[in-house]
Design a protein around this ligand. Sequence first.
Ligand code: ACO
Length: 191
Amino acid sequence: MEFPFNINHLFSERISVLDEVLVAGRKSVGRPDHQANIATVIDELGKASAKAQQLPASITSASKMQSQKHQLYLLKDGERNGGRGVLVGFLKVGYKKLFLLDQQGVHIEAEPLCVLDFYIAESLQRHGYGLELFDFMLQHKNLEPVMMAYDRPSPKFQSFLSKHYCLTQSVPQVNNFVVFEGFFLNRAAQL
Ligand code: ACO
């Protein structure tokens, strides 16, 4: 996704991690122009993700980021667009207190890290960018994908989880979150 400003001025790293402060590295501290452009990037990516998932409204925006304790991983390709860079996609995660059913149907209260939104620009999908972003997040959080919960995963995302992480057997829930077999097993081992 292209923008009318230089992406490399906003994001120095290939993958940037943003929280509610919406600052990507020291460069943007005290630069309201940078912060406004970062907000534009998040809003536009959020809209594109909602459109791709046929959602009535964005679930990711700069203002939502500022009011929620979520983390956003942004992937850029700094060389495209004549060296001005493009945004390839993003992954949003956050901890949620959930009431889940284990394989025996017993209610469990847990607060796992959840994948809340995930989007790679249409023309760049199926090129391994999603995997690069997801693997970066797993390393950053030092987590296995089976330990996470997934908020209404789309068919493409379900296929992605199956292909890259062999996550296929989900445990039925009464909410919109999906967890896979192994989530409860590994939890029990940790207790
Ligand atoms: N149709 C079916 N499966 C797909 C598609 C597609 N169009 N695109 C990606 N995948 C899955 C497949 O398993 C694919 O492997 P294959 O090509 O061998 O079939 C695998 O992902 C490819 O892996 P990557 O290239 O690393 O994935 P990509 O960069 O495409 O990112 C993502 C995956 C984020 C799901 C992307 O396809 C996308 O943005 N889709 C539209 C938005 C979306 O559905 N986001 C998930 C929302 S749900 C949530 O966030 C909780």
